[in-house]
Design a protein around this ligand. Sequence first.
Ligand SMILES: [Zn+2]
Length: 275
Amino acid sequence: MKAKRTPILMYHSISSNAQPGFWPFVLSPEVFREQMDYLGREGYTPITMSHLSLAKDCGPDILPEKPVVLTFDDGFSDFYTDAFPILQQHGYVATLFIATAYVGGASTWLEAEGEGKRVMLNWQQLLEVVDAGIECGAHCHQHLQLDTVPLATAREGIQLSKNMLEEQLSRRVRSFAYPFGYYTHRLRKTVREAGFTSACAVGDSVSCAGDDPFALPRLWIRAETDKESLSRRLSSPDPLAAVRLRKYLAQFRWLVRRNVARRKRSLALDRGGRA
Ligand SMILES: [Zn+2]
């Protein structure tokens, strides 16, 4: 019988270096390699997000026995230097979610975490990984928390990220991930209307065949996710999922609140300067 549940794993940076505030988003290349070895030993077959969403229309027969989706948010250049070689050695595919405003630049939206200068993938690297079978999805043009900005701004960022990726990579872009994982009913509709076939959130649970394709939950893989906890989280139901989700969302909210407060302060200073 084909699997009805597909774990979607969420990674950010695969690196040995990070500022303390960014550690929850970083996994060392050694641990990442162990995890990929583990998936192979357990008989998992990585597929892309667009392959998974195609199964919604074509039926589960197009899925392997034990599918898993490896997703990488934001587009850090260490995907190219540290994750991609390991994926290639295993013959695995993955899906990247790119915030297009930062391609070829730095992660300036992470200033508050002390990571404003983290190097991002450039278009040449993106072309190379896409040619090797990695899917490139969109993550909004700027890394905006979409449920906190006007809908017109969100719509513009969602569409622009899709258009830029399609133009630069000469491929259809079908998959989307909400920055910070937050969405609303209207945002789900906006993403669908922009021409995407799926959208990932955070959720910290394993995706089921009946899930809303524009609100797919993902498992956040963190530095402390060892083999045992990975195995526990891949199997379902996971009794600790709800507890972890509450903790992670609280952490996300704290980071976002801090960033919004800093932006407001700097806007107020700008206005004061002009007045
Ligand atoms: Zn992100």
